[in-house]
Design a protein around this ligand. Structure first.
Ligand SMILES: *Cc1c(COP(=O)(O)O)cnc(C)c1O
Length: 369
């Protein structure tokens, strides 16, 4: 029998060990140390932003971002129902109100044509989440934000190095965030970063990640609440080593995606990712598949599981999350496209550590009758 193929394996092939050793040898292991500021400045430069604030994970970055731009009680934030819970959780815990839109059936991103009808006099922001490999149609979103004077928040956790019409994802938002979880394009084990161009917002983020200590005030006197969401020098050391190889990682991601596209092009009964749109080439953060019916997917998942090939279901819709329904949110709301994606969608091994041989094994297993 062949070896199991995990759904994700990270690629740690650069200066990771060297920089980590440096942390140990110099004793800089906490959230102070030279790698943190270096990683912040190099990564923010990479995505064309003036400021970067490194934090403990991508969800923490969202908590801080929402608070840093002043969203709070009663403010409505328009966002996709088809997403990981993190951005919605951040909005809800800030006391703001998520207002959901359905997905585009082809790109799986939020259907931007549905946004304007959801704008009310309480709407304060649009929060876009770039999903799985293709960016949200940003021109339409940017225009709506201008027209209605709304903040733009960008969850680019899956999109390091992806562009929309040549412009970096993460460079559109008044505030944008990234994650460095091990299945993202570069990893720090756990980690995240907030990026923006406004010095005041960046300073606010730095304060919020550090228990809202007053940067210049007397120590241990607090005027608001923050979090301990600091990134360590150890994480930043990893991040810097990974960032040095980001172009290689992105090339590899696209090679993996293209190998699946080629190998599965005659597969019946499944919708595969779009290779490209007029504004972006797919970066294949993960390689997703959507069965024509729930049963088509179930049968395929059983076959892959039997062959010890790792898979993950797609995100579950936010409007169907028990935790939000129990809070009285999204009751009786229906988003048919997202509901189908959530029920019939899954992804196959897509991590940077995947070998060509493993990709061919996955393809063969999928095509196997
Ligand atoms: C991974 C991810 C996050 C959360 O990042 P963590 O570092 O795991 O907290 C947020 N949003 C999206 C779209 C993600 O894919």
């Amino acid at each position: 029998m062949s070896q199991p193929i995990p759904v994700n394996t990270p690629l740690l092939s650069g200066n990771e060990l060297k920089y980590l050793t440096e942390c140990i040898e110099t004793g800089w292991i906490s959230s102070e140390g030279p790698f943190i500021t270096k990683f912040e400045s190099e990564f923010s430069k990479y995505v064309n932003r003036k400021h970067g604030v490194a934090v403990s994970n991508g969800s923490a970055a969202l908590d801080i971002a929402i608070k840093a731009v002043g969203l709070g009680k009663g403010d409505e934030v328009i966002m996709p129902t088809f997403t990981i819970i993190s951005p919605v959780q951040s909005v809800v815990t800030a006391g703001a109100v998520p207002v959901l839109v359905d997905s585009d059936p082809v790109t799986w991103n939020m259907d931007v044509s549905q946004i304007e009808a959801k704008i009310t006099d309480k709407t304060k922001a649009i929060l876009v989440v770039h999903i799985y490999g293709l960016p949200v149609e940003m021109d339409a979103v940017v225009e709506l934000c201008k027209k209605h004077n709304l903040l733009l928040i960008e969850d680019a956790a899956e999109m390091h190095g992806q562009t929309y019409n040549g412009k970096m994802c993460g460079s559109f938002g008044d505030i944008s965030i990234f994650s460095f979880y091990p299945n993202k394009h570069i990893t720090t084990g756990e980690g995240g970063m907030i990026v923006c161009d406004d010095q005041k917002i960046a300073d606010k983020c730095k304060k919020l990640r550090n228990l809202a200590f007053e940067p210049n005030g007397p120590r241990f006197i607090h005027y608001e609440l923050g979090w301990n969401y600091r990134m360590t020098n150890l994480q930043a050391a990893l991040g810097l080593a990974q960032l040095e190889k980001i172009n290689h990682h992105i090339t590899k991601k696209r090679e993996i995606g293209n190998a699946y596209q080629e190998g599965l092009k005659d597969l019946k009964g499944f919708q595969l990712p779009l290779s490209k749109t007029e504004y972006a080439d797919n970066i294949y953060w993960v390689y997703g598949m959507v069965g024509e019916t729930e049963q088509t997917s179930k049968t395929m998942l059983a076959k892959l599981s039997e062959a010890k090939i790792g898979t993950r279901p797609f995100f579950w819709c936010i409007h169907e999350q028990p935790v939000f329904n129990q809070m009285g949110l999204f009751i009786n709301e229906k988003y048919p496209v997202a509901e189908k994606l959530a029920r019939n969608g899954f992804y196959v091994p897509s991590g940077l550590g995947l070998s060509n041989e493993e990709i061919q094994t996955v393809i063969k297993t999928i095509l196997d009758k």
